[in-house]
Design a protein around this ligand. Structure first.
Ligand SMILES: Cc1ncc(COP(=O)(O)O)c(C=O)c1O
Length: 455
């Protein structure tokens, strides 16, 4: 019994009424759903009181743990003022304060904050702003209507962000609905499309990016990049310096640079933003996920002063950015985001993270011994363990084997919540995860992979 509803009733109602995201519901309906009732620190608790380590930060959002007292306090304090008032025609205290904080902590090129509610919309906003920027800088006859984006890129599920996405499985179905973007290969070094090896290759794959820019720059509004790591593709970590070179090329060809830091932002990679690891000054930055520490939905698109200025003018000129969501600048979410940033300071989160990242790295080495672990990719607290049928040939498992799905089910039985991306087992623990908890996470992951793949 949980509150006044039994587990059986919950399962029945879930099966009867709910449609889960990214889920084959035929499979879901044959399995007992895991229903979460609470979270404490880095653990989730189901309705039967069983505890699980949250190894995916509730889809890459939880930063300082569940029910952090300062987070809870900030949200309840804000509730006693107001939960929501519109940002269209009005402003509010937490959203103003947060905008200043975001400008302070992001690269200095970024001066203006436009709020929305999730990562997809944050990217949509950047795409529309980039397009309109050129329209209003070069006039109605501008040919800058296209975007360059990466194979294996993921920027969300709305039509604009799917249009610049590059994960065939997720995106091909919607092709007739999408605008065409110019795709370039990303440096997936484990399966290099040029058959080369890093660092010997000297990142020769950058030549393609340059060629595409040289050929198309007059028709391109912006390039969209997940800086340093393509998360949803299975944590494809770019070689050091790659993203910076792309940024430099974009500047050379006068193409706006959109950094999608939805996944990488707020400490995930070991610095506050991945761009800072390579001293990149983008024209736009999309942030979401960790912005509220994983407590409430909020997103922001940061832009340069130059972009902002292109939207100014007389009312009758209609240079306005005609875009806004009902919950834009939601005070409750902004209060949570402010508390999240305060905890970064108060708890020295980023400094303390460095030791944990090193511990994580050395623990992950043990997974390499496993017969079916083909590659392990890590950037900070973003990890992908790619499972393969044949390690020498890098041969993937057949899809129907559902190998990584079986691994995460095994991990769940052992008290760890993780998720697969194809046959990549993804580990993204909250930044607050202790060394001891990391050790458990590594041990359970090791055992689960071994049990499932050793047979
Ligand atoms: C890099 C990146 N951009 C955008 C998104 C979309 O964010 P949301 O699911 O909040 O729409 C994601 C989600 O995983 C992401 O990883």
């Amino acid at each position: 019994m949980t509150h006044d509803i039994t587990l059986e009733e919950l399962v029945h109602l879930d099966n009867q009424f709910v449609w889960h995201p990214f889920t084959q519901m035929s499979d879901w309906l044959t399995e007992e759903p895991l229903i979460i009732a609470a979270g404490h620190g880095n653990y989730l608790e189901d309705v039967q009181g069983r505890r699980y380590l949250d190894g995916i930060s509730s889809l890459w959002v939880t930063v300082h743990g569940h029910q952090h007292p300062d987070m809870n306090r900030a949200i309840t304090d804000q509730l006693s003022c107001i939960a929501h008032s519109t940002f269209l025609g009005l402003s509010n205290v937490p959203a103003i304060r947060l905008a200043k904080e975001l400008v302070d902590i992001t690269p200095k090129s970024l001066q203006k904050v436009f709020y929305s509610d999730n990562g997809s919309t944050a990217v949509e906003v950047a795409l529309k702003m980039a397009f309109q920027f050129w329209l209003q800088s070069e006039g109605q006859h501008t040919s800058r209507t296209r975007f360059i984006s990466f194979v294996n890129g993921y920027h969300g599920d709305t039509i604009g962000s799917v249009s610049v996405g590059g994960i065939d499985l997720f995106h091909r179905t919607y092709k007739p609905l999408l605008f065409e973007s110019i795709k370039v290969n990303s440096p997936y070094c484990y399966r290099c499309h040029l058959g080369k090896e890093h660092p010997g290759c000297q990142m020769s794959c950058l030549a393609e990016v340059e060629e595409v820019m040289a050929q198309h720059h007059e028709e391109v509004a912006a390039i969209v990049v997940e800086p340093l790591v393509q998360g949803a593709a299975g944590m494809i970590v770019f070689p050091p310096g790659y993203t910076r070179r792309v940024r430099e090329l974009a500047a050379r060809y006068n193409i706006l640079f959109i950094a999608d830091e939805v996944a990488t932002g707020f400490g995930r990679t070991g610095t506050m933003f991945a761009c800072q690891l390579e001293e990149i000054e983008p024209d736009f930055m999309a942030v979401a996920k960790g912005i509220t520490g994983g407590y409430l939905p909020l997103a922001a698109t940061l832009a340069t002063q130059k972009v902002f200025d292109a939207f100014r003018g007389e009312y009758k000129e209609f240079r306005t950015f005609f875009h806004g969501h009902t919950y834009t600048g939601n005070p409750l979410a902004c209060a949570a985001a402010l508390a999240n940033l305060e905890i970064f300071q108060a708890e020295n989160t980023l400094d303390r993270l460095q030791e944990k990242i090193a511990f994580f790295s050395s623990g992950l080495q043990e997974l390499r011994e496993l017969k079916h672990v083909g590659d392990i990719r890590q950037l900070g607290f973003m990890v992908g363990v790619e499972l393969v049928d044949d390690k020498d040939e890098k041969e993937p498992y057949p899809v129907e084997a559902k190998t990584a799905i079986r691994v995460i089910k095994e991990a769940r039985r052992r008290g760890l919540i993780i998720r697969p991306l194809g046959d990549v087992v993804v580990l993204v623990p909250p930044l607050s995860t202790s060394l001891e908890e990391l050790d458990d996470l590594l041990q359970i992951t090791f055992d689960s992979i071994k049990v499932v793949t050793d047979i």
